[in-house]
Design a binder for this molecule. Structure first.
Ligand code: UTP
Length: 301
């Protein structure tokens, strides 16, 4: 991919209240909950960096300033670790020493995901950009990565929006935004989307392919967001804005997660606990011990 064809900007919304994870999120953002060794949002930033995204705008809210601190250098801590011989621990701070430029803007009232993305209009400055939800990890060992493939598909197809999708169980579709693939679409590669439904009842779901927290948008999305009507809770839903793009005649494409890729939505305790287990059993240093521990525990169930 040449420089001209790449996307270097991402908007990461982190302004939600995280009410489903109370009390853990009473005074700290859910995006800062640790999964294995790192907070959720660090996985998100590293995924963006690996895909060549070097400018990241966080859409933050109250109680989220700790995210800003997490990605900032900390000369005091570095000095203490250096003078105390804590060189191994110093390596754990290498993630703060990158060329990535972080920007912050505030969504004072969480009026929905589309409203949060709307705060990125000046930052995007008429260029296509990635949106990565700050509470969702994509575990990915594939080369090129899911995000790199999404960027390629988006730029080659000329789509207004490209979403990642993941197959979910039919009884779980009510939790997600579900896409309707074009008739006859080959669902093992990227395909055209003709409609989207937010949290449908299983009998009304147009497929079992759920939008998986990663998007690439062309700047036309800001026009769609402005024209999106609030839902009955007064929130602007991103699925409604994408739907509007389709109704306005723009192309929306979807790219399914490939085998070996998995989405971890750290939005509720069940998926948070599962994510923590999966990341700890694959931990380089402690994985073996945790697997042994779990084997012993399962015999007790
Ligand atoms: P969610 O809808 O899952 O987050 O948004 P939430 O609203 O914090 O969750 P609950 O329902 O209260 O438990 C997914 C991502 O979008 C961000 C969230 O911070 C999260 O990372 N978001 C959501 C915003 O930035 N602004 C919003 O208005 C809503």
């Amino acid at each position: 991919m040449t420089e001209r064809q790449s996307i270097i900007k991402a908007v990461v919304p982190v302004a939600g209240l995280g009410t489903r994870l109370l009390p853990a999120t009473k005074a700290q953002p859910k995006e800062m909950l640790a999964v294995g060794r790192k907070p959720v949002v660090q996985y998100v930033v590293e995924e963006l960096q690996s895909a060549g995204v070097g400018q990241i705008l966080f859409v933050t809210g109250r109680k989220k300033t700790v995210i800003e601190d997490h990605f900032d250098t900390d000369p005091e801590l570095v000095r203490i670790l250096s003078s105390g011989g804590g060189y191994a621990m110093l390596e754990e701070l290498a993630y703060t020493e990158t060329d990535t430029r972080f920007y912050y803007t505030r969504q004072s009232v969480p009026r929905g995901l589309a409203d949060a993305i709307g705060h990125g209009e000046e930052f995007a400055d008429d260029s296509p950009f990635v949106v990565a939800l700050g509470d969702t990890i994509i575990k990915d060992h594939t080369e090129p990565s899911l995000l790199q493939e999404m960027i390629r598909v988006h730029l080659q197809s000329g789509a207004a929006c490209t979403v990642a999708v993941e197959k979910v169980d039919a009884e779980d579709v009510y939790r997600y935004g579900i896409v309707k693939p074009a008739d006859g679409a080959n669902l093992s590669a990227d395909f055209q989307v003709t409609d989207l439904v937010e949290k449908p009842k299983p009998e009304f779901a147009p497929s079992n392919l759920a939008i998986a927290a990663r998007y690439v948008f062309s700047p036309i999305v800001f026009e769609a967001i402005r024209r999106t009507a609030p839902d009955r809770n007064g929130e602007l839903q991103l699925t409604d804005s994408i739907r509007l793009l389709i109704q306005l005649g723009h192309q929306v494409r979807a790219l399914p997660l490939r085998s070996g890729e998995k989405r971890y939505d750290i939005g509720n305790f069940e998926s948070y606990f599962k994510a923590f287990i999966d990341f700890s059993i694959t931990d380089e240093k402690y994985g073996y011990l945790i697997r042994q521990y779990l084997k012993r525990k399962t015999r007790e169930f």
